[in-house]
Design a protein around this ligand. Sequence first.
Ligand code: G
Ligand code: G
Ligand code: NA
Length: 256
Amino acid sequence: LEIERLLHFALPNDEISLDYQPQLDRAGRIVGVEALARWNNATLGAVAPAQFIPVAEQTGLIVELGKYILERAFMTLREWHEAGIELEQFSINISMRQFTHHDFEAQVRELVQRHLDAQLRSKLVFEITESIVAEDINRVIEIMQRLTATLGIRFSMDDFGTGYSSLSYLTRLPLDELKIDRAFVCTLGRQEEGPAMVATILNMADVLKLKIVAEGVETAQQLDFLMRHGCTVFQGYYYSAPLPKDRFVEFFRSRN
Ligand code: G
Ligand code: G
Ligand code: NA
């Protein structure tokens, strides 16, 4: 596979970068951000993470790539703090293979201690996916609990509703937040049963006392529906696409 071959050189050739997508509260204030990996290769052009993250997982490259992404994201969090850009949360995607790697916890600990003080650590949110429940659930819970207890890192269940996690698993995981998948958000105003489905998910989050972030919000109608049903944080093209670092800073200063 061409992608696999070229991915080996992506880090040494400095082809991986991060974009940042703003998350806004009900008042339209920027309260958070999600870091999203980007790969720009001379031969392949821009490769979407949906294409290269799975390859990185299969080849084991995700361990090194994940570490690089964490460090870059931590450095940005600190840089923005020093520039007066205060966010409530800073979300980073963690793939299952990265999370379950025996060295993950030590890696996170080392990088956090190198780059972030206690105040900044408390802003970190790790987005995990439902596929994590296919792993040793007790070990997953222990790692999550230790990272929360010792570093203050919070956890979010990404793409919620698209995987195969049962509710009983979900209630056992020490989660802080659910991200309602954009596949559900985009049914609003399109499919007849869309609104009922989204309302059910929002209701469930409420019962489980989880914060909910809606992703893929593209229209005022979707935003309005989500607001009326108690959603508190919104992410999507309606406000902004993922932005390169400097453009995020401009966006922040223009709104907050
Ligand atoms: O940016 P885009 O919408 O193409 O992202 C597609 C998917 O790739 C997202 O669902 C996201 O969870 C995943 N992704 C993006 N950046 C990262 C990353 O840094 N690490 C991991 N593990 N997944 C990522
Ligand atoms: O599922 P995850 O949060 O990891 O995916 C985020 C990805 O979704 C980003 O890579 C981004 O490019 C994409 N995205 C962000 N906002 C929107 C949106 O409003 N509509 C669509 N279709 N995609 C979006
Ligand atoms: Na995500």
